[in-house]
Design a protein. Structure first.
Length: 568
């Protein structure tokens, strides 16, 4: 503590002793054997000593007891000043009493009958150093080393205390869960050292804006949690969340530049003080994810609808984990056609489905976002790879020119083992890499451009084809594609759907096709559902198409029947 030493760096010792003769004797011992000096304070009553500790602190407390029945006073002193060393002075030696004193929070126990200047000095020096080490270890165990903020364990402890207190006083408790939006981009673009700088600077800002009684903790990674008590209303919590958003959004200066970040915040107001701390955190976390779903850089309150969504999400996640174990996943195949004079099926896109035991066959949109968020998409992706490659080898036995496309998610792009895993799968099966095409959505490419460039380069060395999927959603540019090793561009179905109804859509699609061809990319039109759309995309120069006109995603046995051609 800053105020535990007097002038000149002298140790500050508080003697609690109601026996005047003993107090004078101990004081004289300390003055004659501590040549560098110390600040010695004396209190005959515990209440006076407690106030002194609260006001000024100390390096060590010498607590004189009349007999061993007063050991409860140790806990009182320790509670008042948990960072201060305590030496208990008893009338006589007692080994069991010494252990009891240590358990109560003391660093040592000395019998008054054995006191002398040398023993007292050594005990005092050891106790102060031992306590300092204990405090440092506690700091390391309960605080984040990067930001100095309380860590997850300490936050849970403080939240538990706040909930207990609210049971007695009916004081309000609120928890905020904050996540830095797209923080991975900071690490990818500026480096992890700069990412650490951003987190440290953000932590300092957040700490500075709070009241002394509030807590902000680094929960992990780029996540922070806040604990507030005694707020007047829900509106006050909302105002705090808005202020946190503004504080976080201010530019953060770095060596050679600056970083701009936004945050998503979930708010959980505690209505029932008996609720477990884990549940409060989970509710705030669910509200934060809701804020991200609605566009990021905002806050959301946890309410009954949030509770319902959170429960559904937890149930779906648990069921999805079992789905992988129970082989409930299926791969369906949607045909892709090429315009080589006639319209013929030359490949399939492998699309995952979930045969849910209660809800039936689920489309990807009903579970893949959750899988992406939880990391389960990595296991699902591995399953699709294995199934699709097995099917590809079967089909190519009689259709040697057939290809299969498999989608890669953002999370898979972040997987450092992706290239090696796919190389092992291809080599282990002896599959032709030229027959496999990996599709990356324009959104995933925009979210991780630098990472995508590195991963795609590694994938290209395997000999597989690469396609940029869903192009035309407004997040990418053809100019950037020249830096990526793509072979194919798939025009998003939203552009194709408007070809006949929007007069200006044809020239736009035609320009995309022309520029893609100039970059050496073949072009596939997605979402083709009518003969008129088919005629239009062929006229505009597309090299192939995909859509319900040629077939829906179907199981492998139904896909087999499509390989003889499509009549159009």
């Amino acid at each position: 503590m800053d105020d535990t030493r007097g002038s000149g760096g002298a140790a500050r010792v508080l003697l609690i002793e109601d026996d005047t003769h003993d107090a004078m004797l101990i004081a004289e011992m300390l003055r004659t054997t501590w040549p560098e000096g110390l600040v010695l304070l004396h209190a005959s009553r515990l209440e006076h000593a407690t106030q002194e500790l609260l006001d000024h602190g100390a390096s060590c407390v010498l607590l004189g007891l009349r007999d061993l029945s007063e050991f409860h006073l140790i806990a009182h002193v320790h509670t008042s000043a948990p960072d201060v060393a305590i030496i208990v002075l008893t009338p006589e030696a007692d080994e069991d009493g010494a252990l009891q004193a240590l358990r109560a929070g003391a660093q040592d126990l000395l019998p008054k009958s054995e006191l002398n200047p040398r023993v007292l000095r050594r005990a005092l020096a050891y106790a102060i150093e031992r306590k300092r080490s204990e405090v440092q270890l506690a700091q390391l165990a309960l605080h984040d080393p990067l930001t100095g903020l309380p860590n997850r364990a300490l936050f849970f402890d403080r939240l538990g205390v706040a909930l207990d207190r609210s049971q007695r006083t009916s004081a309000s408790v609120a928890v905020l869960f904050l996540d830095v939006d797209n923080f991975k981009e900071v690490n990818d673009s500026l480096g992890h050292a700069a990412g650490d700088e951003v987190l440290a600077a953000l932590a300092e800002r957040l700490q500075a804006m709070l009241r002394p009684m509030d807590t902000v903790a680094r929960f992990g990674g780029d996540e922070f949690t806040f604990l507030f008590e005694d707020l007047a209303s829900e509106r006050e919590v909302v105002l705090i969340a808005e202020r946190i958003s503004r504080v976080a959004a201010a530019p953060i200066g770095l060596d050679g530049g600056q970083a701009l970040v936004t945050v998503s915040i979930g708010i959980a107001m505690v209505g029932d003080p008996n609720i477990p701390p884990e549940t409060v955190i989970r509710e705030a976390d669910a509200a934060m994810y809701r804020a991200k779903e609605l566009g990021r850089s905002r806050y959301e309150l946890f309410d009954d609808r949030s509770r319902t969504r959170a429960m559904e999400r937890l149930e779906l996640e648990a069921a999805l984990r079992l789905a992988i174990e129970r082989s409930e996943l299926r791969v369906h195949y949607q045909p892709r056609v090429s315009f080589n004079g006639s319209v013929q099926v030359t490949g399939f896109e492998a699309l995952v489905r979930w045969q849910h035991p209660e809800r039936g066959l689920l489309a990807p949109g009903e579970f893949l976002p959750l899988a992406e968020e939880t990391g389960l998409v990595l296991g699902i992706g591995e399953f699709v790879f294995q199934e699709a490659l097995t099917q590809l080898d079967r089909w190519r036995a009689t259709n040697p020119e057939l290809t299969i496309s498999i989608n890669l998610s953002s999370r898979q792009l972040e997987d450092t083992g992706l290239v090696a895993s796919l190389a092992g799968a291809l080599h282990g099966r002896g599959s032709d890499p030229n027959a496999l095409c990996l599709e990356i959505s324009e959104t995933a490419l925009a979210d991780h451009p630098d990472l995508a460039a590195r991963v795609l380069g590694g994938l290209k060395t395997l000999g597989v084809g690469l396609t940029i999927d869903n192009y035309g959603t407004g997040l990418g540019s053809l100019a950037n594609l020249r830096l990526m090793p793509f072979d194919t561009l798939k025009i998003d179905g939203s552009l194709i759907g408007d070809l006949l109804s929007e007069p200006n859509q044809g020239p736009v699609v035609g320009a995309v096709v022309e520029l893609a061809h100039a970059l050496g990319l073949s072009v596939i039109a997605e979402g083709v559902e009518t003969d008129a759309q088919l005629d239009q995309v062929r006229t505009l120069g597309c090299d192939g198409a995909q859509g319900f006109l040629f077939g829906h995603p179907v199981p492998e046995d139904e896909a087999q029947s499509m390989l003889n051609g499509v009549a159009c």
